[in-house]
Design a protein around this ligand. Structure first.
Ligand code: NAD
Ligand code: UDP
Ligand code: UDP
Length: 353
């Protein structure tokens, strides 16, 4: 029997998932795809802390076992090494779908896996399209609620500022970043199609730049680059003139927003981000203040299609989810620096330095 006909035939576990919520066991069972990654692992911590059963699905493309190792041995926690581009059978109440190779370095060098790949990356588009489709198919079969972690990148290089959820964006469909931007736009489309066409309870978050402990050390994102560079006594690499802006959100604020969205009654999309807006030069100054005031700056050419500015309008999330971020950059950065120092120290010790 093929996997597809297995699902369609109604064999397997499909009917169990249709049991009314009130009759199911009271403990929520939750899947987090990408749960061994940066954001996912913090979300898992919160869900486990509040007493949920959590299943992480991750293929460790950009995630690390170390991020979830503290839950090993906990009977409420399960880790499945699995690529979401392949179908999977599970019985859960909620699906947080985060799996996506999110780092710019990964998608710039391996663009095809964000949509469909020939070589190693087969990742970004492929994951965003097939991975999201499979998770939506799963949600449909078992009647689970499905949350998609989309991105502020769907706004592209925005012509509206700050960005509201009603803005349709300004994305170059054939540029270097397109595999990520268009992949997420397609994932949003799929989610809404399953919502309208198959009654799947969908939630969409558009996440703005997020930082915190457990970020990849060398993933090429600006906050992780600057922090690692300052700790290693290397110059901070500012791309272009450094006047482009971003709004940086601490990871625990994001996790609170994701849970509020999942638990609430509104589909979204919702911007989840911190409206504090910084130029990259200002960010470099905050990193210098926090880590090393003698750090220097080195200018490098910027990448193509880099958005000039980005800042979320979060009025919708404030009003409908009763959510807003609490941790400003100057408070959040030191919490991340502690984790980065330890990991860089361990790396150096590993190299015998
Ligand atoms: P991350 O790279 O740390 O985590 C992504 C996780 O997904 C990793 O553990 C990776 O191994 C896993 N993964 C990738 N492809 C997979 C596949 N095919 N099958 C199974 N697992 C797979 O990234 P993150 O920053 O934690 O991002 C989490 C989500 O939030 C992503 O969907 C990302 O697009 C979104 N997001 C993040 C930010 C941010 O600033 N961190 C901003 C906007 C959107
Ligand atoms: N799917 C899955 N797990 C499930 C149910 C479906 O991985 O429990 C996958 C399935 O293999 C398919 C996708 O989700 O590729 C979409 O499923 P759906 O039933 O919506 O579409 P169909 O299989 O009818 O094309
Ligand atoms: N950037 C930078 N130095 C770096 C890495 C990035 O100046 O070492 C810039 C990058 O050009 C962009 C901004 O920082 O303008 C944010 O980049 P990131 O990749 O972190 O996020 P995104 O572009 O996806 O918002």
């Amino acid at each position: 029997v093929s996997v597809a006909s297995f699902f369609k035939s109604g064999h397997g576990l499909g009917k169990v998932g249709r049991v009314p919520v009130a009759l199911r066991q009271r403990r929520l069972r939750i899947v987090v795809t990408g749960g061994a990654g940066f954001v996912g692992s913090h979300l898992v911590d919160k869900l486990i802390d509040r007493g949920n059963d959590v299943i992480v699905i991750d293929n460790f493309f950009t995630g690390r076992k170390e991020n979830v190792v503290h839950h090993f041995g906990n009977p409420r926690f399960e880790l499945i090494r699995h690529d979401v581009v392949e179908p999977i059978l599970l019985e859960v109440d909620q699906i947080y779908h985060l799996a996506c190779p999110a780092s710019p370095v990964h998608y710039k060098y391996n663009p095809v896996k964000t949509i469909i790949s020939f070589s190693m990356p087969l990742c970004l588009l492929h994951t965003n399209v097939m991975g999201t489709l499979n998770m939506l198919g799963l949600a449909k079969r078992i009647g689970a609620r499905f949350l998609l972690t989309s991105t502020s990148e769907v706004y592209g290089d925005p012509l509206e500022h700050p960005q509201k959820e009603t803005y349709w964006g300004n994305v170059n469909p054939i540029g270097e970043r397109s595999c990520y931007d268009e992949g997420k736009r397609t994932a949003e489309t799929l989610a809404m199609d399953y919502h309208r066409g198959a009654d799947v309870e969908v939630r969409i978050a558009r996440i703005f730049n997020t930082y915190g402990p457990r970020m990849c050390l060398d993933d090429g994102r600006v906050v992780s680059n600057f922090v690692a560079q300052a700790i290693r006594k290397e110059p901070l690499t500012v791309y272009g003139d450094g006047k482009q802006t971003r709004s940086f959100q601490y990871v625990s604020d994001l996790v609170d927003g994701l849970v509020a969205l999942m638990e609430g009654e509104h589909v979204g999309p919702f911007n989840l981000g911190n409206p504090g807006e910084f130029t990259m030069l200002e960010l470099a100054e905050v990193v210098k203040e926090t880590i090393d005031s003698s750090a220097t700056i080195e200018f490098k050419p910027n990448t193509a299609d880099d958005p000039h500015k980005r800042k979320p309008d979060i009025s919708k999330a404030k009003e409908l989810l009763n959510w807003e971020p609490k941790i400003p950059l100057r408070e959040g950065l030191p919490l991340m620096v502690r984790d980065f120092r330890n990991r860089i120290l361990n790396e150096d010790e590993g190299k015998g330095l």
